[in-house]
Design a binder for this molecule. Structure first.
Ligand code: ADP
Length: 198
């Protein structure tokens, strides 16, 4: 029986560190953020849906989306915000489902990294969900360092998200990333060994 494992966490909790390791081990990992980025590029499904709705004015001369204009159109208007949330949510879900179904044909075990896995109700897609967990102060420190953010900006990014603590009770495995990267990898190795035996 094949197994699909959902990876989630919060900003700077260590999801990419985990998925890089899984890829090195030879596993396929679907990256939801990278998919969204692809879909927003010229010709992508999200790009087309947004241009169809808002018109050519949201395209820059170089062909890419004018993100600041788009953000102001969407965030200044509740109806547009709802429309955008809904249509983007639907398209992303369809495209993720397509990738999932494709990989299910060839892979015994594969992973999907979905930052909003619980918020957007993806949990039922998975045989297991792995939460990459860090304490709030470690998360803040790593976020500030990685993205060169001031404390205020880091706090505002973090406060826009669910607390990782809230996701703990929802995940089938909690991976503790408060320690070193070696400690993180050791936990992953034992989870992988266990998954192989199932
Ligand atoms: P995410 O993908 O969840 O946003 P990352 O994997 O990019 O998070 O990790 C956030 C930052 O913390 C990165 O700079 C990464 O190198 C660093 N990091 C991740 N795990 C550890 C760890 N165990 N010890 C120290 N730094 C870490």
């Amino acid at each position: 029986m094949g197994k699909i494992i959902g990876i989630t966490g919060g900003i700077a909790s260590g999801k990419s560190t985990v998925t890089n390791f899984l890829r090195q081990k030879g596993f396929q990992v679907v990256d939801a953020d990278a998919l969204v980025h692809q879909l927003q590029k010229p010709g992508g499904r999200l790009f087309k849906a947004l241009v169809q709705h808002f018109g050519q004015e949201i395209i820059l001369e170089n062909g890419a989306l004018n993100r600041p204009l788009l953000a102001s159109l969407i965030f200044s208007n509740t109806e547009e915000r709802e429309w955008s949330k809904q249509i983007q949510g639907e398209i992303i879900r369809e495209e993720l489902a397509r990738l999932r179904d494709q990989l299910a044909q060839t892979e015994e075990i594969f992973f999907m990294d979905i930052p909003l896995l619980f918020e957007q109700d993806y949990a039922s897609w998975f045989d297991e969900t792995w939460l990459v967990y860090v304490e709030p102060d470690v998360q803040m420190e790593r976020l500030m360092k990685r993205d060169q953010l001031s404390k205020d900006l880091a706090i505002s990014r973090l406060s826009a998200q669910w607390l990782l603590e809230e996701k703990k009770g929802l995940a089938s495995q909690v991976i503790d990333n408060n320690g070193s990267q070696d400690q993180l990898l050791a936990q992953l190795n034992s989870l992988l060994e266990r998954s192989d035996q199932d």
